[in-house]
Design a binder for this molecule. Structure first.
Ligand code: DX5
Ligand code: ZN
Length: 215
């Protein structure tokens, strides 16, 4: 069964307390928190104070996805805000190996995200050092976009590599996950499904999370 990580980017920001409570009562294991800087991606979302507030509202895993340039500048700040998993983009890091070590040294799990144009092979030399690969299945920056079908092949390639080398790395899929495509994504080898619009635009978000969990 996949881990479900609802993305708060699609939540009602005026009701973050209630939305967090709903997720606390749901089958979702993780909160996916998307941080955007208006430079790495063409959008600005929320930052440290919001994450610190959400941290107080949940005991679930806070999975922080940094879509920011040079994320190494803020590793410690995100730890203090309460991140359990810190994911940086390979395209935003000049010294990825060092960033990964920095994240782990602070006691967080280290994730690396790949944009749709980045081949999974780019990660092979650090795959043994990280805890999670976040494969972007849309171009990052906005919720509610269409899943890019080519992601399925990337999942299969990565799954094979991880299994053959007996690595302890989770594959997370981020962007355009729906009740229709989730079964295929899980079958291809995904461990974690991020879902923004599918959960928060649903008339019954908790039931939708349970359905996703069942795939
Ligand atoms: C996109 C973000 C995603 C986004 C997913 O840049 O990284 O986490 O919130 O939203 P949906 O599931 O609506 O595509
Ligand atoms: Zn994300």
């Amino acid at each position: 069964m996949p881990i479900i990580a609802p993305s708060l980017l699609s939540a009602n920001f005026l009701k973050l307390g209630e939305e967090s409570q709903m997720l606390n009562e749901s089958a979702a294991e993780w909160f996916h928190l998307d941080v955007m800087d208006g430079s790495f991606v063409p959008n600005i979302s929320f930052g440290l104070p919001v994450i610190a507030a959400i941290r107080k509202a949940t005991n679930k895993i806070c999975d922080v996805h940094l879509m920011i340039e040079q994320p190494d500048r803020y590793t410690e700040d995100f730890r203090k805000a309460g991140a359990d998993i810190l994911t940086v983009h390979i395209e935003a890091c000049r010294h990825l190996h060092r960033n990964v070590q920095q994240i782990k040294a602070l006691g967080m799990k280290a994730g690396v995200a790949l944009n749709p144009h980045t081949p999974v092979e780019m990660l092979y030399d650090v795959l043994g050092d990280i805890d999670l690969v976040c494969l972007m299945s849309v171009n990052p920056g906005f919720g509610g976009q269409q899943f890019i079908p080519g992601t399925l092949d990337k999942i299969r390639t990565l799954r094979k590599r991880i299994d053959e080398n007996k690595l302890d790395v989770l594959i997370e899929i981020d962007g355009g996950v729906t009740l229709e495509n989730a079964p295929e994504i899980v079958k291809a080898g995904a461990d974690v499904l991020v879902a923004g619009n599918t959960v928060f635009r649903s008339s019954d978000p908790k039931a939708t999370i349970s359905l996703l969990k069942g795939f």
